[in-house]
Design a protein around this ligand. Structure first.
Ligand code: ADP
Ligand code: MG
Length: 263
């Protein structure tokens, strides 16, 4: 692929093909309860640089809680999460520093409604990473160009379609130069005709070896793009496999039942 076609910067050594045996994220015994409700009951998973991990499972099984625990939007009630070798569940860790390295994309976009697209994209790098406006703008425009939305830089979110908003939300996360991108049902709030434009941006990121964790109900997309698929049910990982094996040869009854309903 031509280097300047990349969404990601080829010169960014954080993800440009760095082969490492140490997992980027290492989760052990992760638990999360809300009062008496135990939602995550002990999740163990290693995610390596460049992996594209899809997480599927029934509604209410804990998928969003799992993603939100990964970047500590929810505080785990048990277990540990190592991110780039740092225990981010340790109270002494500066979580803000590490959280910047984890981009998150939500179902509901979460753009700032009172700011233009460009402001939405530059505020993080300026406020959190000390970049100048010019520097932040150059990067924002480069990424907007890549997703075909450079002409929307001065628009406000309510002037954009859902698909455009979600592509902007992805760009906003990328502007922070994350080492991993977390997606929580990024196409679930979109009209069907806008799903494709968002998936194609995600597909490009995956091809460029961005490490990604993706919660989705888009099974065909998971089968096509995932390096690994995880099935979470009732707060546990019940099964995981490479996509072909996962979809064509499910082992557990619970996964078989789930796939029979969603495919
Ligand atoms: P999924 O994303 O798989 O649909 P969630 O992780 O959103 O599931 O939710 C799992 C369970 O945790 C659900 O029963 C949900 O109601 C509950 N839950 C999630 N967030 C909270 C919260 N902040 N307070 C109380 N219960 C919550
Ligand atoms: Mg959810």
């Amino acid at each position: 692929m031509n280097a300047d076609k990349n969404i990601l910067q080829a010169e960014d050594a954080n993800f440009a093909g760095r082969a490492s045996s140490q997992p980027l994220i290492s989760v052990r015994g992760l638990k999360k309860s809300f009062d008496n409700l135990e939602v995550l009951k002990g999740i163990d998973i290693d995610i390596h640089q460049g992996e594209v991990v899809f997480v599927v499972g029934p509604s209410g099984s804990g998928k969003s809680t799992f993603l939100r625990c990964l970047n500590l939007l929810e505080e785990p009630t048990g277990g540990t999460i190592l991110f780039e070798g740092y225990d981010i569940t340790d109270k002494r860790t500066n979580i803000n520093m590490h959280r910047q390295k984890m981009g998150m994309v939500f179902q509901q976009f979460n753009l700032f409604p009172h700011m233009t697209v460009l402001k939405n994209l530059t505020i993080g790098p300026m406020k959190l990473q000390g970049k100048s406006f010019e520097e932040a703008k150059t990067e924002a425009m480069r990424l907007l160009e890549r997703v075909g939305l450079a002409d929307r830089a001065n628009a406000y979110p309510n002037q954009l379609s859902g698909g455009q908003k979600q592509r902007i939300a992805i760009v906003r996360a990328l502007c922070m130069k994350p080492d991993v991108m977390l997606f929580d049902e990024p196409t679930s709030a979109l009209d069907p005709e806008m799903v494709g434009e968002v998936l194609s941006v995600m597909r490009e990121l995956a091809e460029e070896k961005m490490t990604m964790v993706v919660v989705t109900h888009e099974m065909a997309f998971a089968k096509e793009v995932a390096s690994r698929v995880i099935f979470i049910d009732e707060g546990r990982i019940v099964e995981e496999a490479e996509p072909q094996e996962f979809f064509d040869n499910p082992k557990s009854e619970r996964l078989k039942n789930f796939l029979a309903k969603v495919i």
